[in-house]
Ligand binder design. Structure first.
Ligand code: C5P
Length: 227
């Protein structure tokens, strides 16, 4: 299991300071929409220069017509990030087109599919997708697997079922982790490190429990010792 630290601080400077603090650790860093739109490729380059230990996950949740998604994926691959994500609801044709385009590139990044956004409740989800979250999220995961993606972003409580319906090697990246039972804040279905292990999560995403801690390096080391 790998630790992916969410760089969700309000400014590039604060995110870079956090990365500098963690530079000796073997971790993944998650760069989201806000940072990427504001700080762009320069920010990605700066992260890479802080440490070669870092692996980068660009969390842009791409969704468009297949050819546009493939073009965007090719550009993302050229940034030299290690993983990015696309929406499974863009459809199998879009996912296959993305993977075909990336297959023409040397050492392409891994691609994960977003299944159901956790901001949906059952009512708002079925207004868009006309199915229950569980049914549709599992179907999206199967679609992503059949389209050749490397894995999915999902709740820690869906990880095991998704692996059972695809293969053990199909990656699951699970946000909403409170490693040692910290405050849940606005997260709904949170799990601890133990839950993540039991549910066979491949990547845990941890943001606030690290960057809001008094000692972000200390808690990061403690997480790494326990995974
Ligand atoms: O601070 P916290 O650990 O709750 O941050 C979790 C990170 O994972 C945030 O960047 C959040 O946007 C992201 N995320 C999530 N739930 C999802 C998908 C992404 O919390 N379903």
């Amino acid at each position: 299991m790998k630790l992916c630290v969410a760089l969700d601080l309000p400014t590039a400077k604060e995110n870079l300071n956090l990365a500098k603090m963690l530079k000796n650790e073997n971790i993944w860093l998650k760069v989201g929409l806000r940072s990427y739109i504001r700080d762009g490729n320069f920010f990605i380059e700066e992260l890479k220069q802080i440490s070669t230990n870092f692996k980068l996950f660009l969390d842009l949740k791409i969704y468009d017509i297949p050819n546009t998604m493939a073009d965007a994926s090719e550009s993302i691959a050229k940034l030299g990030v290690d993983m990015f994500n696309i929406h499974a609801s863009s459809g199998k044709k879009a996912m296959v087109t993305v993977m075909n385009r990336l297959s023409q590139i040397k050492s392409p990044p891994m691609v994960l599919a977003v299944t159901a956004l956790t901001s949906f409740d059952e009512t708002s989800f079925s207004a868009v997708y006309e199915k229950s979250i569980e049914k549709k999220a599992t179907q999206f995961a199967i679609d992503a697997y059949q389209s050749g993606l490397n894995g999915v972003v999902c709740s820690v409580y869906e990880s095991r079922v998704i692996k059972e319906k695809t293969t053990q090697n199909f990656l699951t990246l699970t946000p909403g982790i409170r490693p040692f039972g910290e405050e849940t804040q606005d997260q709904k279905r949170v799990g601890t490190l133990k839950t993540a292990k039991d549910e066979m999560s491949d990547f845990i995403v941890v943001g606030r429990p690290i960057y809001e801690a008094n000692d972000p390096l200390g808690i990061t080391k403690r997480i790494l010792e326990n995974i």
